[in-house]
Design a protein around this ligand. Structure first.
Ligand code: SF4
Ligand code: SF4
Length: 379
């Protein structure tokens, strides 16, 4: 069969990250977003242009998921989404597209009205929570420095009582490293059975990370070893994204791993002004812009000079990863935003974040499997 060329090769399922507002009602110490004290909103004109540009694009593959994120999505009123979802549905029908919506929320503002909207529109939900209160409340605080755990759990219970499933995103800091058992037990007891880790990392407005020196990597490895033992104690009751994705790479992955954050147009980010980037969503705080939905078509992004320069530089960095890194099959070249915010450029390989989040995780997982199965290099 002849090799496909041009846009046809670039067709895939697309995640579109939309920024309803830069505002957030809380003030986490590691937040990478800037302008989160400023109350602004994506205008109806930008919304309509965003839906039109995305859903008319030949580069976008159904089903299209619109994830409302990059600020607290529930800090704008429900009617904002009633109108936005109606516009999206109208545009999707015009273009014969299948769409869905998602919120990545801190859950502190969830109430009956939000539950009703989420249920009626079948919105997918991700909740940010960092474990039990004594861990969470050190970093996820309001503007007066007060912990937000009780408010998050009130929102979590409302979602659970309504039968709305959700996944949790949890940021690990150096402090978390001393409490793996309490951390895992919290999720079991809270009935939250699907979590993904993020690492406290240098990114955007967060210019320092608690994962600094090598000692922190060793502490992370010890944390993960104990966490895996705790997971075994609970028969793996909580699905941990970092474990399952690496197991899947081990079992099914090949030499060409897929990493959507460094592949163009897999993820499209549209900020509240309509400025567009592709690659990882964290790039919205980089100052890089590859177009604006009010004046540019998504398909034109491929010939935008900023896109071409960034894309070439990212490809060079990914190629360097492929040539030099023994964790390549688990990672696929890492996240461009980590490279940019740590090194000021994309054409590099290793980052502090990948040393911890990828390399140390894989090392610990392989050792854990060896220990439990007796199978290993020497078996
Ligand atoms: S909830 Fe999210 S957007 Fe808000 S301060 Fe925390 S990390 Fe930032
Ligand atoms: S682990 Fe780091 S160096 Fe290795 S492929 Fe991933 S980003 Fe590149």
């Amino acid at each position: 069969m002849a090799e496909q060329s041009g846009p046809q090769r670039l067709r895939y399922r697309t995640l579109v990250v939309l920024q309803p507002t830069t505002f957030c009602n809380i003030d986490c110490s590691y937040c990478y977003l800037t302008e989160r004290g400023s109350s602004n909103r994506m205008s109806p004109q930008v919304q309509r242009a965003a839906f039109e540009r995305v859903l008319s694009s030949e580069l976008v593959q159904d089903p299209v998921v619109f994830l409302w994120h990059l600020g607290e999505p529930l800090s704008v009123p429900p009617r904002f989404y009633e109108e936005a979802f109606a516009t999206a549905a109208e545009v999707a029908q015009q273009h014969g597209r299948s769409i869905s919506h998602g919120f990545q929320t801190n859950a502190t503002l969830v109430n009956e009205a939000w539950v009703e909207l989420i249920r009626r529109h079948r919105v997918k939900v991700g909740v940010s929570i960092d474990g039990p209160a004594f861990i969470h409340d050190r970093v996820r605080v309001d503007r007066k420095g007060r912990g937000t755990h009780a408010d998050v759990m009130r929102g979590v219970r409302l979602l659970q009582q309504a039968g709305i499933g959700f996944g949790a995103i949890s940021v690990l800091t150096d402090f978390t490293m001393d409490y793996p058992e309490q951390y895992y037990d919290f999720f079991v007891e809270a009935g939250i059975d699907d979590i993904g880790f993020n690492i406290d990392e240098v990114e955007g407005g967060n210019t320092t990370s608690s994962f600094g020196p090598q000692a922190s990597t060793q502490r992370y490895e010890r944390f993960l070893e104990r966490l895996l033992d705790r997971a075994a104690h609970h028969h793996g009751a909580v699905k941990i994204r970092e474990i399952w994705t690496n197991l899947a790479a081990l079992a099914f992955g090949g030499e060409e791993p897929v990493n959507n954050t460094n592949m163009p147009m897999r993820i499209i980010n549209i900020d509240r002004r309509g400025d567009v980037t592709t690659f990882c969503p964290e790039l919205v705080t980089s100052g890089i812009t590859m177009g604006n939905v009010l004046v540019d078509r998504i398909d034109e992004m491929l010939s935008n000079p900023v896109f071409q320069r960034v894309s070439d530089e990212i490809a060079t960095g990914v190629q360097l990863c492929r040539q030099t890194c023994q964790y390549w099959r688990f990672c696929g070249g890492g996240s461009p935003s980590n490279k940019f915010f740590e090194h000021g450029r994309f054409d590099v390989a290793e980052t502090r974040t990948c040393q911890v989040h990828k390399k140390a995780t894989v090392d610990v997982l392989l050792r854990h499997l060896e220990r439990r199965t007796g199978l290993g290099p020497g078996a």
